[in-house]
Design a binder for this molecule. Sequence first.
Ligand code: ATP
Length: 903
Amino acid sequence: MPAPTGESAGGSPPPDWHALSAAEVQRELDADPSGLSTGDAEERLQRYGPNVLREEERESRLQVFLRQFKSVLIVILIIAAAVSFFVGEALDAAAILIIVILNALLGYSQEWQAGEAIEALKKMLVQHAVVVRDGERREIDAAALVRGDLVLLDMGERVPADIYIVEATSLQVDEAPLTGESSPVDKTPGSLPVGTPLAERRNMAFAGTTVTNGHGRGFVVATGMQTEFGRIAGLSQRIADETTPLARQMDRLGRDLGLIALGIAALVVVVGLLQQRELLEMFLVGVSLAVAVIPEGLPAVVTLTLAIGIKTMMRRNCLIRHLPVSETLGAVSVICTDKTGTLTRNEMTVVRVRTADTEVAVTGAGYLPMGEFLVEERPIDPLADPGLRQFLRTVLLCNHATLALEEGGWRIFGTPTEGALVVAAEKAGLSRDDAPEPVKEFSFNSTRKRMTTVYREGEGNVAHVKGAPEVLLARSSRVFLGGSVVPLTDELRDALLAEIERYASQGLRVLGAACRPLPAGIEWTVDTVETDLVFLGLAGIVDPPRPEAAEAIRLCRSAGIDVIMITGDNPLTASTIARDLGLSSEGAMTGADLEAMTDDELKERLRTTKVLSRVTAEHKLRVIDILSRDREVIAMTGDGVNDAPALKKASIGIAMGIKGTDAAKESSDMVLVDDNFASIVAGVEEGRREYDNIARFTRYLLSSNVGELVAIVGALLLGLPLILIPVQILWINLVTDGLTALALGLEPAERDVMQRRPRDPQEAILTRNAYLVILILGIWLGLLTIYVFLGLYEVDLDRARTMAFTGLIVFELYNVLNFRSFRFPLHRIGFFSNPALLLAILGSLALQALVVYVPVFNLFLGTAPLTLADWGLLALLGLPVLLAGEVYKNLRLRLGGEAPASD
Ligand code: ATP
């Protein structure tokens, strides 16, 4: 689907943007420092087209159709048709060709549908951009960006278009996708000489690159295919088609079966010739055998089941980015999860503030900036207390979040932690509106665990710092007490540390604030600014656990899945929240503990530890590395830019849909739409269901193949004529079995899916037991088929064949009910609990009636009408197949209790 490409207006070449001054860029773009107006933006969108890259054309319908013919089996069949034609069997030839085309159509429609599902997913992965329009900050779909838009860039975001930077604070961008440069590049405003190479244009941020640090703003100078990215790469945003481990297992199975088929066919032909049968007949037998052994419908049914699975996962808030993931999800044995927002609600409220002088409780809920400051239950004026006032001022000035009243209520732009602090300051009557812009910033990241802004105040400059309180205390030498700055004595330090612990042990998130008037004449670096600080106090923030998370964790425990909380937060806060959720905090470790351990020690500890706190992205990567050496299938959540490597390394990297950065999303296998831990567990359950179902229909289809094989070879050995002709076998494998197999793929999850241990990812889908069941049932069906043929073939060969053909289908329809569960009899799983299967059974019967009674089908499929008594006989003969399965399952349950799930 080619999309408009954002042609540039007029014919003149675009100017060398990097060589212009900010004023010239503005003039050239007819842009405004307070952003475009909505009307202007819409008009430009009409003129330039949307900000999208021209997508690589999707394979055409014809190409998909033609690709269906690229298989050895199809080639064998076409040769068979040709031979049949030349020896005068034109009808046989036509029938085979029709089936071949039918097969291609079926494969085509299934592949096309899977493709559509993936296309729909791509549409859900839309990128957003934050712009200033009509003087207000807004989040828009990145496709609606136009030249002249004023864009705000922030850490973790993907640069949505080519941007001329007019403002930058510690802004760094990863340009690897564009220039190959692997370390982040600093970005600063200011014009550059004409001809500066792309990689050195520090005043430009290019589409497709990612902001790894700081923030900034700038004007869009090019969109869509006009961007450097669009121009150089013309890249598509296609989600790569990947083969799943399961698909590879299936391929191998197909190849093995193909070889078996050839071997058996050769053997049978030799036997037949020894029996002095006709060469042509033997040729047909050979083709029948090859067709019988290979489950032609299997690959399509697997792909379609996974594609349907993607939609089901989406309903459970798991957006799967790669097809294999849904299958791997079912095998997850460890989930490493963030705390904030995933296990907790990420709705933060400051409930307490502690300064060196006093402790106040803050009332009010949510982001509504109304509440009181209470000391011993009595309201006070927070601004009248110098310590409190200074604390609130600092957390407001060292902050990026903004509070806005929208239709649905008060909303925070920015992170909830910062938002909570803004709300607290506003409750006291402070507002950042009148504050000037900071002159310097050292931004927050999870390794530094703090952030600093420097403001001009009076004649000098003052640094305002907030962050993890123990980190700030370690950098403080003074404290604000009784309205003045005094040295931070050991007693005071200990008292404050005890307060931090007290807050944290109540599950509160604790943030500290400090400030420092900067001495004149020093160079501003992290080390010279964030030192000798004046400690101001602590804020205790509640972030309630998600109620459904506790239930999900319980489910994980019964499902044999380890849950490890990995958080940047305080160890005590983390442990308290963990216990609230039912996770053991015994043996909890911090990032520092982790660093002191060897890999072997860590591996040992990770077997029991459930809480890791104060960790950085590097620690996460190490944890993943060590866990995966134990061959576990690990799911890991992440949201920050730094999480990208860990997300890539995990078997399943899960990015947060709401608070996740673009960088995290792009490195993930799955996006958690609602950031909710419970949704991961729902995804695992769905993954297990899918895998179980694939195992079910694979076995079912193979037992059918064995049945066909036994019937053909058996009849031959008994010296009977060919029992099933190739078209009939194709019809069974592709049409009737295909229908029921697909419906088996929709089987609901067994009641105890989440009560068993994760499967071993190395385990083959066909266990020894599975082979046994396939063989027993297959041989049974094959012998039954020979039996119905035996009684009739001397009287009427066509009718005898029709009986064998229809018989096999009827027996299969009983048999499919056996495969609904390997353990539970029908009365336990409910006869009607998979309506799709019942429909498929009726559908198969109807189709078979068509084949038996409509003359044109008689001609092509070599069938003859059956009597009601014939149908009755088949129905009766097939019944024991189902009854035997039922008796076996009932007996096993009664004798052995719950049978193991895997067989
Ligand atoms: P999780 O890893 O579970 O999401 P987290 O949000 O606490 O938890 P980080 O984002 O790594 O993890 O934050 C680590 C610590 O840094 C926090 O506990 C807090 O003390 C401090 N912190 C968080 N956000 C900010 C911020 N915007 N400015 C300053 N300090 C912050």
